[in-house]
Design a protein around this ligand. Structure first.
Ligand code: ATP
Ligand code: XMP
Ligand code: GLN
Ligand code: MG
Length: 544
């Protein structure tokens, strides 16, 4: 290893924008490591982290309200380049002596941005190639502006979402771009390398947005682009070897993307010092237990122990209908099984898991008390402190799309890398209320029909996640002239970038009709199928 891939990095201070993770993903795509911290994270940690530049994110609050969040003073004392996006621009203007006002016209959606003065961030940006919108990305359901907006005056399409605006610049700044409704759409102090943009360069609907971010992190902040799949793999392997020495590792393997990528990494790093444990909880999808074992045998060449724990899960879940209580029981059983298996093997000191960066950010959010705990994901914060195994989580710094790129680079097959995510508690949180084996069987069959048809209609890769849910409410039906009084199956399919927010998928009516008919005809005990048209927020993706 010649260079440290974390050497040149960016710090993103989060003011609570919906798109903060997107800023981080764009910077990572550019090839630079970055981390997201809450805006009120201890400022003393910033010099220790030693970023090459700082980005201030957008946020829902208004800088004109008393007590609204501010960037810590060290941001402006550090001499580092700073980019403020939306709220970040507004607070930067405010903190450096400018002015922000509320109550002018709001801008929401597309606007044509016209550069009004030369600056390193925006100069001839419209001459650079525009990046097409990514798969599954739609911004509040609006369409990407067409290239026709690229005009002779250098204007290009950007996305706005704000009510407040900067109305007076701080000393040292110049106004560098405007829109039809907004005279101060971007500001720059080239000497101090401070920039503010009212629009969102991180959404793909802003043309040249990634190029703007690249200019900031590479040209202006001087970061090298060392964050690539190959380098990440090489770095992880070195770190895993250092951490584990000659000790053995047990990996909780679910057959999902994350843990499969961990398996491939560990295999390269420590070879046969790895044993994988796959728990068949009885709450997996139809035929999944066998499929995972076959897939692992065919592609991975790792040792996998399958533990058939269905009866144990059903008996511990008997009579329990609270979703959080169910998650805790399922999580506890996972750990108990991992511990029991590790004792059967000699010298196992580590438990490896497929925890990824969004899991870490979300659990940090709940620790600071700012974010509500909506769901306790079974693998985060759920591990008992007295566990005798040490935790190994090589994907802790990565986003899902980075994990997928690693999977591809490690040679995993496409169907493994692009599988829809499946939660560890499985059908346990898709059977509402008490989990009974009979319900699991009905749900497995209905879900299987839905997924099977999505594949046949070439829709599987167009949605980010799809599944069926078992609703224990009974509804009246008429089946073959007889009265039926049976539970309901709900179908859910979503499109999402990061699973933090989601749109319901606009699946074709003909498709839904076909799936509903197949379910009612083929699955005994179901006479009504409904389609879930809730977005996240306000709903979550899973029903529990
Ligand atoms: N059935 C299982 N057997 C063993 N370990 C599991 C099982 N289900 C989940 N885990 C462990 O919990 C971790 C988190 O689960 P999660 O579903 O978030 O990730 P994943 O299954 O690896 O990937 P995906 O998000 O694609 O489903 C997994 O990486 C794995 O270590
Ligand atoms: O490993 C997991 N353990 C859990 O307890 C859990 N709960 C939800 N999910 C998955 O997380 C994503 C977001 O789901 P929600 O919108 O329902 O919170 C979706 O992809 C969900 O499937 C879980 N994954
Ligand atoms: N997206 C944002 O950052 C919005 C900032 C601020 N809340 C406004 O409405 O102007
Ligand atoms: Mg999973």
């Amino acid at each position: 290893m010649t260079q440290d891939i974390h050497q040149d990095k960016i710090l993103i201070l989060d003011f609570g924008a919906q798109y903060t993770q997107l800023i981080a993903r764009r910077i990572r795509e550019i090839g630079v490591y970055c981390e997201i911290w809450a805006w009120d994270h201890d400022p003393a940690d910033i010099p220790k982290f030693a970023p090459k530049a700082i980005i201030l994110s957008g946020g829902p609050e208004s800088t004109v309200e008393a007590g609204s969040p501010r960037a810590p003073q060290i941001v402006f004392d550090s001499g580092l380049p700073v980019l403020g996006i939306c709220y970040g621009m507004q607070t930067m203007a405010m903190q450096l002596g400018g002015k922000v006002e509320s109550g002018h016209s709001r801008e929401f959606g597309f606007a044509a941005l016209t550069p009004t003065m030369s600056c390193r961030l925006l100069d001839r940006l419209s001459d650079t190639p525009a990046v097409p919108m990514g798969e599954g990305e739609s911004w509040m359901g609006q369409q990407q502006p067409s290239a026709a907006h690229a005009a002779a005056d250098g204007s290009f399409g950007v996305w706005m979402s704000h009510g407040d605006r900067v109305t007076a610049l701080p000393a040292g700044f110049a106004a560098v771009a405007s829109t039809h409704d907004l005279p101060l759409a971007a500001m720059a102090d080239e000497t101090r390398r401070y920039y503010g943009v009212q629009f969102h360069p991180e959404v793909t609907h802003t043309q040249h947005g990634t190029e703007l971010l690249r200019r900031f992190v590479v040209d202006i902040a001087g970061c090298q682009t060392l964050w690539t799949a190959e380098n990440i793999i090489e770095d992880s392997i070195v770190r895993i070897r250092e951490q584990t020495g000659s000790e053995h590792v047990l990996l909780g393997l679910s057959g999902g993307v994350d843990s499969s990528v961990v398996a491939a990494l560990l295999k390269r790093a420590i070879g046969d010092r790895l044993t994988c444990v796959f728990v068949d909880t009885g709450l997996l999808r139809h035929g999944e237990g066998d499929q995972v074992m076959q897939m692992m045998a065919a592609n991975m060449g790792v040792k996998v122990v399958r533990v058939n724990a269905g009866p144990q899960y059903f008996s511990e879940l008997k009579g329990v209908d609270d979703p959080e209580a169910k998650r805790k029981i399922i999580g506890r059983l996972f750990v108990e099984i991992f511990e029991a298996e590790s004792k059967k093997l000699s010298d196992v000191k580590w438990l490896a898991q497929g925890t990824i960066y969004p899991d870490v950010i979300e659990s940090a959010g709940s620790k600071t008390g700012k974010a509500h705990v909506i769901k306790s994901h079974h693998n985060v914060g759920g591990l008992p402190e007295r566990m005798h195994l040490k935790l190994l989580e090589p994907l802790r710094e990565l986003f899902k799309d980075e994990v997928r790129r690693l999977g591809v680079a490690l040679g995993l097959p496409r169907e493994m890398v692009y599988r829809h995510p499946f939660p560890g508690p499985g059908l346990g949180v898709r059977i509402l209320g008490e989990v009974k084996p009979e319900a699991a069987e009905v749900l497995q069959r209905a879900d299987h029909i839905f997924i099977d048809e999505l594949r046949k209609w070439a829709l599987y890769d167009k949605v980010s996640q799809a599944f069926a849910v078992y609703l224990p409410v009974k509804s009246v039906g008429v089946v073959g002239d007889a009265r039926a009084y049976e539970p309901v199956i709900a179908l859910r399919a979503v499109e999402t970038i990061d699973f933090m927010t989601a749109h319901w998928a606009r699946l074709p009516y003909d498709f839904l009709d076909h799936v509903a008919r197949r379910i009612v005809n083929e699955v005994r005990g179901v006479s009504r199928v409904v389609y879930d048209i809730s977005g996240k927020p306000p709903a979550t993706i899973e029903w529990e």
